[in-house]
Write a protein that binds this ligand. Structure first.
Ligand SMILES: Nc1ncnc2c1ncn2[C@@H]1O[C@H](COP(=O)(O)OP(=O)(O)OP(=O)(O)O)[C@@H](O)[C@H]1O
Ligand SMILES: [Mg+2]
Length: 353
C-alpha cells in the first residue's frame, strides 16, 4: 500500500488517500464534495537501490551550549537509498544535529559515520559525496549566480559545465548572470539547492529546503528529492512542512527539545500511536437508522455526519462491516474513500507538552 496526498482542483483542500500502485480510485473532496479519479503511480522498482546498509549513522550524539543540551543523546540511521525526514518544532535541535553530522560544530559525545567513515577520523573523505543545503544559504553577493556556482564547482571538483543547467533546472533561467545580492530569499534558496546538487551527490542533506519558497518552488524541490532517490541517492531532509515530508519520505525521525522521540517508517509510527483511519461514505440519503447501525458496530469510534457524507473513525478491520451495516439499514452508498491519519497528527502526538 502507498499513501498519496492529493489536492482538490476546486477548493485546494488536501486529502491523503491510500492504495496499491496502479490502482484507480475515486476521490470525493471531504470539503467541497467534488469528485475525481486518481491512479496510483507504478513505482519503478528497478531504479531503487535500497539496501539495509546505512549512509548516515548517528550514535549517542550530544551537543551542549554551555549547560543547555541542544541535542541530547540522539541516535538514528539513514538507510542507503531512502528519504529520511527529520522533523521537529522550532529550536528542537535539527540544525544542530545536521551541523554535527557534517562536522561543522564540535560535539560533546557521539559517533557519526557517513558511508561508514567516522567524520572525526577522516572528515574530508566522509563528506566527499555529500551535497548540503544549509538552513541559511550564503553566497557572494557581488558575484552572479553562475560565478557563485563556478566557485562551488571548483571547491567540489565538479565540472563547471554542470552549473548552468542546474541553475536553469531550479527555475532561475532569467537570473543566471544576475548578482546574488539582488536575489530574493526564494531565489537564493533555489540557488542553494542547485549548489547542493552539484556533482549528483549520493547523499543529500537538506536543512529546511522549502524555506522561503513559493508553492512552485516547493513542488520543484519535492520533485528533485524524488528524482535523486530514483537515481539511488539517500536524502536526509529536515522540514516543518509535514505534508511535504509525508509526500516524499520513507522514514521519519522526530526530535523534540533535543531528544529523538521517534524513529520509524510513517506507517509504523501511525500503528504505534494507534491512529485510526477515517472511512468517508457518500450516501444518497442519510437516516438515523443508518447512523445508529454504524455507531453500534465494534471497532467504530466516532461517526460524524456532514450533509450526505458519513465520516467514520474506525479500526481498519471494521470497514467492510460498516459498509454492510449502512447498506442493510437502507443506505445507498454512492462513494467510499479511506483517509489515512496524517503525519501532522503523528507529529503533534510526539511533540505535545
Ligand atoms: N550557537 C548557539 N549558541 C547557543 N545556543 C544555540 C546555538 N545554536 C542553537 N542553539 C540553541 O539550540 C537549540 C536548537 O537549535 P537548532 O537551531 O538546532 O533548532 P532547529 O530544530 O533547527 O530549529 P528551527 O526549526 O527553528 O530551525 C535552540 O534552543 C537554540 O537556541
Ligand atoms: Mg533549524
Amino acid at each position: 500500500m502507498t499513501s498519496k496526498t492529493v489536492k482538490c482542483p476546486k477548493c485546494k483542500n488536501e486529502t491523503t488517500i491510500t492504495g496499491k500502485p496502479g490502482e484507480k480510485t475515486q476521490i470525493i473532496c471531504p470539503k467541497c464534495n467534488s469528485k475525481g479519479v486518481f491512479t496510483f503511480p507504478i513505482e519503478n522498482t528497478e531504479s531503487k537501490t535500497t539496501t539495509d546498509s546505512f549512509t548516515i549513522e548517528v550514535n549517542n550524539l550530544t551537543k551542549k551550549y554551555n549547560n543547555f543540551k541542544a541535542v541530547d543523546n540522539v541516535s538514528f540511521n539513514v538507510k542507503s537509498g531512502e528519504i529520511f525526514g527529520f522533523l521537529g518544532p522550532n529550536g528542537a535541535g535539527k540544525t544542530t544535529a545536521i551541523k554535527a553530522i557534517l562536522g561543522l560544530i564540535q560535539t560533546d559525545t557521539g559517533q557519526i559515520k557517513i558511508n561508514g567513515i567516522d567524520i572525526k577520523e577522516d572528515e574530508k573523505q566522509a563528506k566527499k559525496h555529500v551535497g548540503y543545503l544549509p538552513e541559511k544559504v550564503a553566497f557572494y553577493n557581488n558575484l552572479t549566480a553562475l560565478q557563485n556556482m563556478h566557485f562551488y564547482a571548483e571547491m567540489k571538483n565538479v565540472p563547471k559545465t554542470e552549473c548552468k543547467p542546474l541553475i536553469i533546472e531550479m527555475g532561475l533561467e532569467d537570473a543566471v548572470n544576475k548578482k546574488v545580492g539582488k536575489f530574493s530569499k526564494g531565489m537564493q534558496q533555489r540557488l542553494g539547492m542547485a549548489q547542493a546538487l552539484l556533482g549528483n551527490p549520493p547523499i543529500l542533506i537538506l536543512d529546511e529546503p522549502s524555506g522561503g519558497l513559493d508553492p512552485r518552488g516547493v513542488a520543484l524541490i519535492r520533485d528533485k528529492i524524488r528524482e535523486m532517490k530514483n537515481k539511488g541517492s539517500s536524502v536526509f531532509v529536515s522540514s516543518h512542512i509535514l505534508a511535504e515530508v509525508q509526500a516524499v519520505c520513507d522514514s521519519v525521525g522526530i526530535i523534540n527539545k533535543g531528544v529523538l522521540v521517534a524513529e520509524d517508517t510513517l506507517e509504523n509510527l501511525r500503528d504505534r500511536l494507534n491512529l485510526k483511519p477515517k472511512l468517508v461514505m457518500e450516501l444518497e440519503k442519510v437516516s438515523d437508522e443508518i447512523i445508529n447501525s454504524v455507531k453500534k458496530l465494534e471497532g467504530v469510534e466516532k461517526v460524524d455526519v456532514l450533509g450526505v457524507m458519513l465520516h467514520v473513525i474506525c479500526n481498519p478491520r471494521a470497514k467492510s462491516k460498516i459498509i454492510l451495516a449502512a447498506e442493510k439499514a437502507g443506505g445507498n452508498i454512492l462513494n467510499i474513500q479511506t483517509m489515512e491519519p496524517s503525519l501532522e497528527e503523528v507529529f503533534m502526538k510526539f511533540t505535545e507538552g
